[in-house]
Ligand binder design. Structure first.
Ligand code: ATP
Ligand code: MG
Length: 365
């Protein structure tokens, strides 16, 4: 997949513009505070409908204005297409090939993977950060998961409402509960499969790029205890049993204490939890390897490459790691959007950013 062009208006500090991209390396250069992260964010926003650094959409609109929007032309393995997102009055409007669509008709059309310095929170942050990350990643290339998750979230809210209002003798509660179990089992099954597959890629990438002497793995920490391989039926009966054992507590608390919304994903470096034991440099390398593994997973599921965004590469990695990373991409057919405060000495289409104004250098690779 390649993005050939972007148009944006009123996005952060960026001056409205139209940029044409190179098929492979695109490098955004500028001093601090000029708009490097913002242009990468505009690309990510138009591809996915969300930001990689904030959940508050209003932050994306240029100060003092009411709306923003971004449009991209891209090609996937089949043909040339376009998508766009507009944001106004707290609402988003999506389009695909210039026709308005709902989010479902937009989601996953362009696959984008981003790496920003703040992603370290995937290791050091709360479990909710990891859950949202992996949920989004799985959903990105798996529509069933996307819809199961959406329905599960609705059912969980309803189940919690009934528990809070002590309406668990209502026959409707029983129906919700069955759906809660059915969807919960489907989510667990997919997450377990995903963790198993990505863990292998994660380790391969980590060893290849950063440290061949260590073993990196991802473990799913499940509210059901240790589950390796299980059928949907086994997972359903596991959840049912767990509810039975915890139901009096759930009634007392007034919300669901069992379910995949309680689970976590643990990174283990040489079998020790990275959150507590890995060094800063190792944590950064783990997150980067995770993003590379994510790219591989998307290729496997969608049979097309996602675009990859790397923000602030020079301040994040030392020169050896940086070189390893750039070498790695020399050999892969993936479109990259990288920002840096200093030139990287690579062949790339360069974009220079000053106070939100972007112009491209004449040289292309
Ligand atoms: N909604 C907004 N409207 C206008 N300007 C904004 C908005 N949000 C952020 N800014 C400003 O845009 C400027 C560019 O921010 P950005 O994070 O893109 O810089 P950067 O080039 O990535 O800097 P650094 O190298 O420090 O990471 C900053 O001065 C920031 O305060
Ligand atoms: Mg920045």
């Amino acid at each position: 997949m390649r993005i050939s062009e972007i148009n944006y208006i009123n996005f952060r500090n960026l001056k409205d513009n139209n940029l044409k991209f190179h098929r492979k390396f695109n490098l955004f250069l500028g001093k601090n505070g000029q708009g490097k992260t913002s242009i990468l964010e505009a690309i990510y926003f138009s591809a996915t409908g969300k930001s990689f650094r904030t959940s508050k959409n209003s932050e994306l609109i240029r100060y003092g204005l009411q709306k923003t929007g971004a449009f991209i032309a891209y090609e996937d393995i089949v043909s040339e297409k376009s998508i766009s997102v507009k944001l106004a009055g707290g609402k988003k409007e999506y389009s695909y090939n210039r026709k308005k669509v709902k989010y479902d008709g937009f989601h996953g059309k362009v696959n984008a993977v981003s790496f920003i310095p703040e992603d370290i929170s995937l290791i050091v942050g709360a479990p909710g950060i990891r859950r949202s990350f992996f949920d989004y990643e799985i959903a990105q290339s798996n529509y069933d998961y996307f819809s199961d998750l959406k329905n599960y979230t609705k059912i969980l809210k309803l189940r919690n409402k009934y528990l809070k209002e002590k309406q668990y003798t209502d026959p409707i509660f029983e129906i919700y509960q069955e759906e809660f179990i059915r969807l919960g089992a489907r989510i667990l099954k997919k997450r377990l499969e995903y963790v198993k597959n990505i863990s292998i890629l994660l380790n391969l990438n980590y060893r290849k790029l950063f440290d061949e002497k260590k073993e990196l793995s991802l473990r799913y920490s499940c509210f059901l205890g240790e589950v390796k391989k299980a059928t949907l039926e086994e997972l359903e009966s596991g959840i049912r049993e767990k509810i039975r054992k915890n139901f009096s507590r759930e009634k007392r608390y007034g919300y669901s204490i069992v379910g995949p919304q309680k689970d976590d994903f643990l990174f283990l470096l040489n079998e020790r939890e990275a959150k507590s034991y890995a060094s800063q440099g190792e944590k950064k390398s783990i997150v980067f390897s995770l993003k590379l593994a994510e790219i591989d997973m998307i290729i496997k599921e969608k049979r097309d490459t996602p675009i990859f965004i790397i923000d602030d590469i020079s301040s994040y990695f030392d020169s050896i790691r940086k070189e390893n990373i750039l070498n790695y991409f020399n050999h892969r057919d993936i479109q990259l959007f990288i920002s840096s405060t200093s030139d990287l000495g690579i062949k790339a289409k360069k974009f220079f950013i000053e106070k939100g104004d972007i112009h491209d250098g004449d040289k292309e690779c």
